[in-house]
Structures are given as structure tokens and as C-alpha cells.
Ligand binder design. Structure first.
Ligand code: TRP
Length: 347
């Protein structure tokens, strides 16, 4: 049997280049390696844990995130794509796992702590939000996932899932599969900065390039990128550190891009050296980056257009995926009920 891989996205907005390098690209490569059985899902229940007052935002983005996944190359023939809320088995698992974690443990989770601060929840944390790592453990274990490709910020959440698996298995007998996070290989891909130079691309920060942005919008965002504020005249020496354009080139540029778009250099190091020396203007570097980003986005936009025009097909993929996922989660739930001893009427 193949090892199982599972990952999900919260549908709170369209997905952007940070998601692409941090997670989407990786999951498509893993899918195409043929080595794993793969589940990808849209975590609408988790999104509701901090958006209960605006469910329409979550609802609208379920389709957007499905489109984002399909357009980057998630193939429903190879990957089961489903919607979390359509699998009530996950909520029952969550109920059992809630008893295995203390409130103080949840409050210590660094990712959740950060998110509470970002959302101004310090004085009034929704209980469902504080406990989302437990629900996430249900998502992961329901499908017997061994590998969970995620961004670095999710590591503490996966650690929480591992603790739950440990506790469950030692209390009720070996039942659940121990999961492990798979992280992006390159550091720059672990956290792509925002176009404004802020540490992270964030939907709420307005500093993202979305996979669904039009070429004009992408160009405008690249042209407005934060560079080196002291690099005023072309002749001035420029700084690479903290210069977003070069961070993006680190993430996306390959040597072959120079052959195609810029014959002045043969690799990124040469271009960086010129910039540092002085004599290379920001606009030139930005145009180069724009071409590279567009090379990635053109095929994604094309696929997206196809699926946007064939939304019935998208819904069918989600219905079939959810049906298949429900079966798998149901099997795990049966095992869990037996292990705890709440299967009173089974013969
Ligand atoms: N917490 C993840 C995020 O914010 C989404 C998610 C929910 C997830 N359940 C998951 C990721 C299970 C991996 C596995 O992006």
C-alpha cells in the first residue's frame, strides 16, 4: 500500500504566490511522483472557527480555493479533492480528541498564539479557534496520513496532532497513524515575503500576488515592489538583503531564465553582483521578475479559465471527492469507536 499524504487550505481568500511556493507546487509534484495516495481538502470548518460571523466569505472562497488547486495542477484522477464540512465523521473524531488535550497546552501553541494576536482575539477567543489544532488532528488521522505537506507556520499544529496520536494510541491501543510534516526545501520558499517587504504575504495585508491576478495587476504589483530605499539613482550601489525583488528571484529564477529573457548575465549571482556594484536599475530587474512570474502564471490562468467556464465539473469533482473521503474517514471512525469502547450495538 502507498503511503498517504494529506493537506488542506482554509478558504478565507484566493491563494497567492506564497501558497504556491510554500505548498501548492510541492503538492502537485508529490501527486505527479505517483508514490503516494493523496488527499487535498478545503478546510471550511477551520475557516469558520474565526469567521463565524461572515460565513458567506468562507462559502465564496470554497470554490475559489478549489479552482486554485485545480488550476495549479491538482488532478482529480490522482488526488481526492474534498470539502471538510461534508465529512461529519471528522467532527466526531474531534469530539473524542478534545478530551486528550489540556487548555493550557492549546494556549501554548505558538502558531495559535500568533493568530490570536493578529485577530485581536486576546480577550475573547472563540473556543473553536483555540481548539482548531485538535480538529486538524482529526483531519489528518481520519485519512491515515503519514505525510502532511505544509508551510513552516503549521509545524506546531502538526506537533499537536502527533501528541494526540501518541496519547490516543497509548490509552486505547495502537489505532492511529503517526503523521509527519513535509516542509518546502528552500528557505525562501518557506516564507515568501509580501510585495511591500513585510515578512509574510498575507491576505489581510494587501501585499499578495494572487494566482488569479490578471497580467496587468501582476505587472503593477511587481513594479511597486519594495526594493532598496537607498538605491535612488541607477549608478548607486544596491542592497540585496530585504530587497523583495531579489527574494522573489531567489524563489523563482532559474539559470535558463537568463537565456530566455536577459542575456546580459548567465545566472542570478552575476545579476546580484551588478546590482550591488551599482549601474543596474530596479525597473530592469523588476521586468525580468515579471516575465518569470508570468511564465508560471500563464498556464495556471488558462486552466483556471477552463474550470471557471465548467463549474459543473468542479462541483462534480468536489462531490465525488467528498464521497470517497467520507468512506475512508468512516473506516477510521469505526476503529476509533471500537478502541474507546463506544460501539455498543456492533455484533
Ligand atoms: N491549518 C491549515 C492552514 O491554515 C489548513 C489545514 C486544516 C490543514 N486542516 C489541515 C493542513 C490538515 C494540513 C492538514 O493552512
Amino acid at each position: 500500500m502507498k503511503d498517504i499524504l494529506l493537506t488542506g487550505d482554509r478558504p478565507t481568500g484566493r491563494l497567492h504566490l506564497g501558497h504556491y511556493v510554500g505548498s501548492l507546487k510541492n503538492r502537485v509534484e508529490l501527486q505527479n511522483s505517483g508514490k503516494y495516495e493523496q488527499f487535498v481538502f478545503i478546510a471550511d470548518l477551520q475557516a469558520l472557527s474565526d469567521n463565524a460571523k461572515t460565513p458567506e466569505k468562507v462559502r465564496e472562497n470554497v470554490v475559489q480555493v478549489a479552482l486554485d488547486n485545480l488550476s495549479v495542477g491538482i488532478d482529480p484522477k490522482k488526488t481526492t479533492l474534498f470539502i471538510q464540512s461534508q465529512i461529519p465523521e471528522l467532527s466526531e473524531l474531534n469530539m473524542y480528541y478534545l478530551n486528550l488535550v489540556t487548555v493550557s497546552r492549546l494556549q501554548r501553541n505558538p502558531t495559535v498564539k500568533d493568530e490570536i494576536k493578529q485577530r485581536g482575539f486576546e480577550k475573547s477567543i472563540p473556543a473553536g479557534f483555540l481548539t482548531y489544532p485538535i480538529s486538524q488532528a482529526a483531519d489528518i488521522t481520519a485519512f491515515n496520513a503519514k505525510y502532511v505537506p505544509v508551510g513552516v507556520d503549521q509545524v506546531p499544529v502538526i506537533e499537536q496532532a502527533r501528541e494526540i496520536v501518541n496519547t490516543f494510541n497509548s490509552l486505547y491501543g495502537e489505532t492511529l497513524v503517526m503523521p509527519e510534516a513535509i516542509l518546502p526545501k528552500d528557505d525562501i520558499c518557506k516564507r515568501l515575503p509580501g510585495t511591500d517587504g513585510k515578512a509574510k504575504m498575507g491576505k489581510s495585508l494587501g501585499n499578495c500576488i494572487y494566482l488569479s491576478d490578471t497580467p496587468d495587476v501582476v505587472k503593477q504589483k511587481v513594479m511597486n515592489m519594495y526594493t532598496d530605499p537607498d538605491h535612488i539613482k541607477v549608478e548607486d550601489p544596491g542592497k540585496i538583503e530585504g530587497n523583495v525583488v531579489f527574494s522573489y528571484l531567489d524563489a523563482f529564477c532559474k539559470d535558463e531564465h537568463f537565456e530566455k529573457y536577459n542575456l546580459e548575465y548567465s545566472n542570478l549571482d552575476e545579476m546580484k553582483a551588478h546590482y550591488k556594484r551599482g549601474g543596474l536599475g530596479d525597473v530592469k530587474v523588476k521586468m525580468f521578475l515579471y516575465k518569470i512570474v508570468e511564465e508560471i502564471l500563464v498556464p495556471i490562468r488558462e486552466k483556471r479559465k477552463y474550470y471557471e467556464e465548467n463549474l459543473d465539473e468542479v462541483y462534480k469533482i468536489l462531490i465525488d471527492g467528498s464521497d470517497a473521503a467520507k468512506k475512508v474517514a468512516g473506516e477510521t471512525l469505526k476503529k476509533v469507536r471500537r478502541a474507546i469502547g463506544v460501539e455498543y450495538f456492533e455484533k
